[in-house]
Each structure stands twice: as structure tokens, then as C-alpha cells.
Ligand binder design. Sequence first.
Ligand SMILES: NC(=O)c1ccc[n+]([C@@H]2O[C@H](COP(=O)([O-])OP(=O)(O)OC[C@H]3O[C@@H](n4cnc5c(N)ncnc54)[C@H](OP(=O)(O)O)[C@@H]3O)[C@@H](O)[C@H]2O)c1
Length: 245
Amino acid sequence: MRQLYPEPADVDLVEAYGRLDRTPGRPSVRLNMIASLDGAAALANRSGGLGGPADKTVFATLRALADVILVGAATMRAEAYRPARLDDGAQARRRGMGLAPAPPIAVITRACRLEWTTPFFTDAPPDQRPLVITATSAATYDRDRAAEVADVVIAGDDGVDLGRALSALGERGFDNVLAEGGPGVGAQLASSGLLDELCLTVSPLLVGGDAKRILEGHPLEPPTRLELRRVLTSDGFLFLRYGRS
Ligand SMILES: NC(=O)c1ccc[n+]([C@@H]2O[C@H](COP(=O)([O-])OP(=O)(O)OC[C@H]3O[C@@H](n4cnc5c(N)ncnc54)[C@H](OP(=O)(O)O)[C@@H]3O)[C@@H](O)[C@H]2O)c1
């Protein structure tokens, strides 16, 4: 992986990204997204077609640096999420930092009607069940069903309040949250001022069509300006790391 900015160098990805400092009062939030050259955040409703080996490496590195992964239910379904698995080196590094071998995944859902028998739930280690973050508006039956296979967090009345969700994650000792989208969740984080870092992979593809962008929702008023921290490149991809300005 070649760094182009702040200065040209060959870099170690773990050092190039590192863990974020805890933001006062809540865990820090890093959003990792990929977009095509023309701004599409998905190809045939999945992000995988935009990526490649270098992107997978960055994706895994960011997971290895996180305490917990946060994702919207539609992304979990579209991308057929499974429990996070890391290679032996990453697991050993995490143990050295006092972290679990892999971060659990927290899925945000209002309806709380997920497919409870998929590997996302059934393959998770017993000591690292997924988290389901939902609201009191979800039916008691659905919340009880979720609690059989996941740790249920109630963080809102009619829908999840992402600020409350982050506080709940912080109370569980998760200081570094890696958000993996989708564009709906990303937009809510940005519009609530809860985004500390955006890691954006620019894929060298033009795809056309009307796919979502990396944030989807109400316009940010005023637009949020971020500060460029790092630019890496490999195999025609750009890996941009932006922080709060
Ligand atoms: N380019 C990338 O890096 C990237 C990354 C991730 C995803 N994607 C793509 O983005 C698409 C999915 O993204 P999306 O924006 O449509 O959906 P999303 O943000 O992944 O999930 C939306 C769902 O999450 C739940 N949700 C979101 N906010 C909530 C809130 N405040 N309270 C309660 N529940 C909430 C709801 O689930 P329920 O319906 O269960 O209530 C909602 O339907 C897929 O095509 C995926 O491939 C691309």
C-alpha cells in the first residue's frame, strides 16, 4: 500500500489508520464506505462489486481496529453479513491491546424482524453475540425473539436514536465504533454530528445508473466540511481518510 499524502511512503495499514481517541462523552465513530468514480455506493444493490483485494485488506484492517461494528439492517441483509472473522495476526494484535479476538456486530433495526436463523446469528461465538439495536416501538414478541440470539439494546421510542445507541455501546466498553453503513445510517450519523472520521475508498469504476451515494437522506444543513488526513493508493483504488476539521 502506497501513501500519497501527507508524504509519499510505503505504509503499514494498522499504523496508517490506528484506533481513534474516544470522543468526549461517547465512543468515537469511523464510517468506512466505498464509492465508484461516479459516486455509486452499490452495484446491483451490493457494495462488493465495487471493491477488490486492496479494498478488502483495508476493510479487514479497520475491522481489526474496532471495538464494535455498527450497521443498518438493510446492509446486513443485502451484504449477507456474518460474524466478523479476522486472521491470526490481527487476533493476536487485538489480544495484545486487551480486545476480543474480533469485534461483535451491532445491527440497527426499527422493525426488529431479522432472519434469526441466518449465520449472522447462529455462527456467532456464544461469548460474542451480535447486538440488535432497536426501539420500544418494536413488538415485544420480536424483541423477545431477538434476545434469544443477540443482545438487545433499546435506544429510542419510534426508531433508534443514534446518539442513545452510541451511549449504550460506550456503556458496554466499546470506545471505537466502526460504522459500515449503509447510506441511511451514514447520513444519520453525519446529520447528528456523530461522525468523527470518514474512510472512503474510491473504486476505479464508472457504473452509471441511479445507485445511492454514500450518504442518503436529508441534505446536511450546512454541509459538513471534513479535513483530509491521509491518501493511500493500490491497484487503481484511492483510500481517503478524512477527519473532523
Ligand atoms: N458503498 C458502501 O460502502 C456501502 C456500505 C454499506 C451498504 N451499502 C449498500 O447500501 C444499501 C443499503 O443501505 P440503506 O441505506 O438502504 O440501508 P441501511 O442504512 O443499511 O439500513 C436501513 C435499515 O436500517 C434500519 N434503520 C436505519 N436507521 C434506523 C433508525 N434510526 N432507527 C431504526 N432503524 C433504523 C431500518 O431497518 P428495519 O427495516 O429492519 O427497521 C432500515 O430499514 C445496500 O445496497 C448496500 O449494499 C454500500
